[in-house]
Design a protein around this ligand. Structure first.
Ligand code: NAD
Ligand code: ZN
Length: 256
């Protein structure tokens, strides 16, 4: 039988969904720039700072201080439930297929997973994991212990698998690779929800600029305007759990 998968046609676009802290705000996880909740209780220049951590990586007092911040954040994440905007991302992925819909997030929470999404790339790491700086092994945890050693190489230089300020973010490579100019088609769609795009390298964004090629759809949804809104065909301002419907309507209209 001579059968070729109709969905593999080049005319069917890729959809890149890129989410940030704002998508989880209405699930009870405060954004960093919102400057409320957990972020005001700790000195972020210490607990999120890689050079501070690394220079004191064997100091028990420092490790306890840093791990207590991530333990508190983990407890918030464990209680949080995904909202309608996370569900929308999953629904788009289910409709168009996980090979075609790539979800990238700067979030360290697991709310895309809890909403049933697959192949989610967490470019700033995951709060439900630890990593070893000696051998790069990553493992899941349900609570943080500042003295936990690497189960693979026994090194004591372990940390939450969350990218600190000033630390390398290896998953950016994947984002740049999937959005490489040779791989981006004019009909590919970018959907940004709850990210000011200020903490990520925006190289990938220029390949989705609405003025680039004959791009017809790219969408950004945030509570506040961002400096990049003019690059999008649809810049939606509002809460993710209310305005997700507008995103859905635009995508459905495109494929109806
Ligand atoms: P950011 O600036 O990318 O996100 C904030 C954006 O979300 C803003 O544009 C804001 O307008 C928007 N926003 C806020 N509430 C919203 C809502 N209800 N609906 C729609 N949009 C909303 O990110 P940040 O807050 O500066 O965080 C920086 C980094 O810290 C993140 O990239 C992440 O690595 C980490 N962080 C993670 C989480 C998490 O995992 N849930 C939470 C806070 C911070
Ligand atoms: Zn190790």
């Amino acid at each position: 039988m001579n059968y070729s998968n109709p969905f593999m046609s080049l005319n069917i676009p890729k959809i890149i969904i890129f989410t940030g802290a704002g998508i989880s705000a209405e699930s009870g996880l405060s954004t960093f720039r919102g400057q409320d909740g957990i972020w005001t209780q700790f000195d972020v220049n210490k607990v999120c700072n890689f050079s501070y951590f690394y220079s004191r990586r064997k100091d028990e007092h420092t490790r306890k201080e840093i791990f207590s911040f991530y333990q508190l954040m983990l407890e918030h994440v464990q209680k949080a439930q995904p909202n309608k905007a996370h569900q929308l991302c999953t629904d788009i992925q289910k409709k168009f297929g996980k090979d075609r819909v790539h979800i990238f997030t700067t979030n360290i929470d697991d709310l895309h997973d809890k909403a049933g999404a697959e192949n989610v790339t967490q470019v700033h790491g995951s709060i439900t994991q630890m990593t070893c700086l000696a051998c790069k092994h990553i493992w899941s945890v349900s609570s943080f212990d500042h003295s936990e050693k690497c189960p693979h190489c026994s090194s004591s230089v372990t940390k939450p698998n969350v990218v600190f300020f000033g630390e390398n973010a290896p998953e950016y490579e994947k984002l740049l690779s999937i959005t490489h100019h040779k791989r981006v088609h004019p009909n590919d769609i970018l959907i940004v929800i709850g990210s000011s795009l200020q903490v990520v390298g925006t190289d990938f964004l220029f390949r989705f600029d609405r003025y680039h090629g004959q791009r017809d759809i790219n969408i950004i949804l945030n509570k506040d305007p961002t400096p990049f809104d003019h690059m999008f065909s649809h810049a939606i301002i509002g809460n993710a759990t209310e305005k997700y419907q507008d995103v859905l309507d635009i995508v459905l209209k495109k494929f109806s």
